[in-house]
Unconditional design. Sequence first.
Lengths: 269, 262
Amino acid sequence: MADYLVTNSIDTKVSIAELHDVSVRFNTSSPIVLQVQNLTIHSGDFVSVVGASGSGKSTLLRLIAGLTQPTSGTVKSPSSDSSSPAATGMVFQSANLVPWRTAEGNVRLPSELGTQPTQISSDRIDELFQLVGLTTADKVKQASALSGGMQMRISLARALVRDPNLLLMDEPFSALDDLLRMQLEEDVRRIHAAQALTTVLVTHNIAEAVFMSDRVLVLGNRPSTIHKDLKINLTAERSGQLRNTPQFHSAVAEVTDALRSAAAAGQFG
Amino acid sequence: MSQRFYLSIIAPLTALVLAIFCWQAVVWLTGVSPIVMPAPTSVMMALKKEAPKLLNAAMRTSTAAILGLFASTILGVICAFGFSQSRLIRTTFYPFAILLQTVPIIAVAPIVVISFGRGFLSVALISMIISIFPVITSTTTGLLQVEASLLELFRLNKATWWQELWKLRLPSSLPYMISGIRIAGGAAIVGAIVGEFFVGSGQPGLGAMIQKKSQGMNMDELYATVFVATLLGVVFFSVVTLIGERTLKTHFATSLSGSPGK
């Protein structure tokens, strides 16, 4: 019954971000960095973007974030809509915390910005700290005194503080050790599921992409474009045990093959 | 760590004591006239005798230098704001900022004195002119050297121009600003003394005393004045450094020491 409803609702899903005939060049003489014909990110999806270095993964994310403007084509995303100021949260490659603020001060920062700053209640802050796996005792700690994993958790809480419609993550766990990375992957997936939060993750880690996502976009190289758009048919609930299942391994193999073929196509293209 | 710290105090101090000892020996052995070179002992005597006057003069010089440094900090930071706003502003006005640094203060001082009179104001102004450049350059560098990903975070959250300045550029430029003000601190004292040198009796600080005593016969008193002027410069530099380090420590709390904050 429940399964039936889920499959049926796919067609009626609301689109959160759309790209049409987009191409990006950094200047008029440079080659095309990224070319996307059509891409729709649906509400509640967890989409990962994988690809070789220089395949335009980050550029795609930055387009959606509104930090990069397309040279041609249109990008529709919460960030491109200037009337909704708080619609996108972003986690960067490094934790990217402000060193002169406390953990709490860093989490509050986005809510203080823009033309309509909002006051976040301390209950909400406590809730966020709990959500990302920190204790309320961590609130007063100076950002720079925290470990890499804790900094990343604060970075995540900061991205969530304005209740975004869309969460963007740019290789957020690449600097963390494996165990910590897996723990954070599970935590982020849990947060995504609990809030039906549309999430786009850029990563170079195939297992990470498979574990976290409902959909994986494989970017090809030169010209950089979406080579494959793969659906990950794993259970909605992702626990650590899933990593040991044959279904998971075959999904990883499928994405790996797609990446290989993307690289091969690039060599001849 | 502490051993190295003690060495850093003892070694230069030993060198100083040795140098004074040699100086005393040379004066004794050669019997050189005290008008040419007074002995350290007689400089010490002069220092003691002139102490109240020197203290009074040092206070006046410090007041002018503090005002000069205060003005160059405020004006310098404002200039740096302007510089950080656009490349056009930087390219247009930076050469003039360099002029402030390259122009011989000896040449400018008389002009300032003629324009602003033989008084406190001229001295503070000269002190400002000589000390403003390091504040401008280091603050400008600090305002421009903001981490790109932090800027993107601010842009993503649609931060206003003011929020970007107040919550990002200004606090992240603080270490640069403080190092600029530190250098300016030493320069401000030099500027005040040079100013007083030209203003003369209108503003009887250390500069005026040096000027007066260099024309007299009491070399020991001139040496004593120079000694106090040098000491004042060191004190000024140290105080500004101390305040700066304190500010940075509370600003960044633990990032400097790496230990958990209170």
